[in-house]
Write a protein that binds this ligand. Structure first.
Ligand SMILES: C[S@@+](CC[C@H](N)C(=O)[O-])C[C@H]1O[C@@H](n2cnc3c(N)ncnc32)[C@H](O)[C@@H]1O
Length: 213
């Protein structure tokens, strides 16, 4: 979804994300333009939106005919997401869990991850993202490019602690050697400016990769 606000922090536990979501909607509710662009040529199947937040992207995918599961650590965001789905009459399976708690054998035709806040940890998070893509399926991950580390540190988090675009490109490079993936897009894309505090982010780092069938 298009963000209305950023710089509010990343990752951390369930309670911290609930606190960040606060009492007012944080995001615009509109689907992210990179999602619309990258997914429109795919045949709808099953989709997993990791860190789906208030559900704008998941709801849009469901409206396009995808059977969507949205997962997030914030119950508060998920309540808003469920209301957004109800408001337009689409069904999405909302699950209150972190990527690390996703069943290891669950796979999807599309795994969509927008502005993730996933702690790098021991590398299992990257493996979980790749592992959640079904044979023939697509992984779509979008990060903000040019994260200002000093500014982030002032806000209490270190971007280096989180899974970034480069981590995924590196993991896919390894997997490519094994013949498992085709990287269809990996690079920066300008996007239309958004209103509000997120206005300082206008370049996305887009990674789209297809798992061999
Ligand atoms: C920066 S927000 C992005 C939300 C949404 N994807 C969007 O584009 O607007 C990051 C989201 O990831 C969620 N999150 C944080 N850690 C997570 C984890 N380990 N697994 C799943 N979601 C997580 C947060 O609650 C938050 O909703």
């Amino acid at each position: 979804m298009d963000e209305h606000q950023h710089g509010h922090g990343h990752g951390h536990g369930h309670q911290e994300w609930d606190d960040r979501y606060g009492d007012e909607p944080m995001w615009s509710g509109r689907p992210n333009e990179a999602l619309v662009r990258e997914v429109s040529d795919l045949r709808p199947g099953t989709a997993l939106d990791v860190g789906c937040g208030e559900g704008g992207d998941a709801v849009w995918l469901a409206q396009q005919g995808w059977r969507v599961t949205g997962i997030d650590v914030s119950g508060r965001a998920l309540e808003r997401a469920a209301r957004a789905a109800d408001a337009v009459g689409v069904a999405v399976e909302w699950q209150h869990l972190g990527l690390e708690d996703l069943p290891a054998d669950a796979t999807y035709d599309l795994v969509s991850v927008f502005y993730p806040a996933l702690l790098r940890g021991d590398g299992s998070v990257v493996a979980a993202l790749l592992g959640a893509v079904a044979p023939g399926g697509t992984l779509l991950v979008v990060h903000h490019a040019f994260v200002d580390r000093a500014r982030a540190l002032e806000h209490g988090f270190d971007p280096d602690d989180y899974v970034g675009h480069a981590d995924l490109v590196a993991a896919l490079d390894t997997a490519l050697d094994a013949g498992g993936w085709t990287v269809e897009r990996a690079g920066q894309v300008e996007r239309a400016p958004v209103e509000g505090p997120g206005v300082h982010h206008h370049t996305d780092e887009v990674l789209r990769a297809r798992r061999s069938g």
